[in-house]
Design a protein around this ligand. Sequence first.
Ligand SMILES: C[S@@+](CC[C@H](N)C(=O)[O-])C[C@H]1O[C@@H](n2cnc3c(N)ncnc32)[C@H](O)[C@@H]1O
Length: 285
Amino acid sequence: MTHDHSDHQDHGHQNHDHQALSEMLDLDAEIFASAMRTVYADIENAADAPVRSILDLGAGTGAGTFGLLQHFTGARAVAVDSSADMLTGLEQEAERRGLTDRITTARADLDEALPVLDPVDLAWAAASLHHLSDPDRTLGQITSAIRPGGLLAVAEVNGLPRFLSSDTPGGAAELRAHELIAADRAVDMPMMGSDWGSRLTRAGLVVDVHRTITADLASPVPAAVNRYAAAVLTRIRRAVVDRLDPADLHAFDALLDEGPDDVRRRADLHVISSERLLWIARRPA
Ligand SMILES: C[S@@+](CC[C@H](N)C(=O)[O-])C[C@H]1O[C@@H](n2cnc3c(N)ncnc32)[C@H](O)[C@@H]1O
């Protein structure tokens, strides 16, 4: 596996951000694992031939890469990300899982150009397209990277999950923090919540499957949800700490201070999920 780490300088807070994001993505993968298996089955049903080559775009810690390789046992994957840290973590995990011979990593900024590869059977983009500044242009490039008859699967989110009802300790503060984040997103990440189906069609793809991806998180939620909530709320706190009013900040901090309201201890969490949507689209043969 290869990628270029040479221009990477790790600063303390970036490293901390990276670790927090990696932890959140890994917990997210754990919580959605069984829901994602149904997605892989949908891809298999939509495919016109066994999936042997996969391009994971914005692979992060590799949730999709590893899940897809586990499902499509005859496949190899190229995991692309702009973050050297993400790719290093993915490579280490590939090694741990004994999958280095089936995974190649490539560092690339999808706002610029895709790595040059033979056309793949399946391109996969989970929670990555909303980061792009011109997704229509990148979707055009992705379409060209898929063989005729091959598939693009897009799994997108439209926000971060909430965990607390408004009438429970910290719930109102969590809600107000989300409102601040949503306002930021409208400016900083306008593609989040976009109509991806129309964009796929404009890129020349034919949408075969469109549905919601739901994790079964009936109470009591798995212990991973407590850690997931702490990871998500830690990220949110960093983004809103200067803007929450003092009473809200006090209540918010109690969700992470290892006291009785800490989300790692609570039994009343539920994932008030941000919606997760799936599109599986085909490049016409
Ligand atoms: C929310 S994470 C999703 C990771 C993974 N697909 C998953 O489902 O867990 C988004 C990923 O996209 C990557 N990313 C964001 N903008 C990118 C760009 N312009 N080019 C390549 N990767 C990008 C980030 O580094 C991050 O790893």
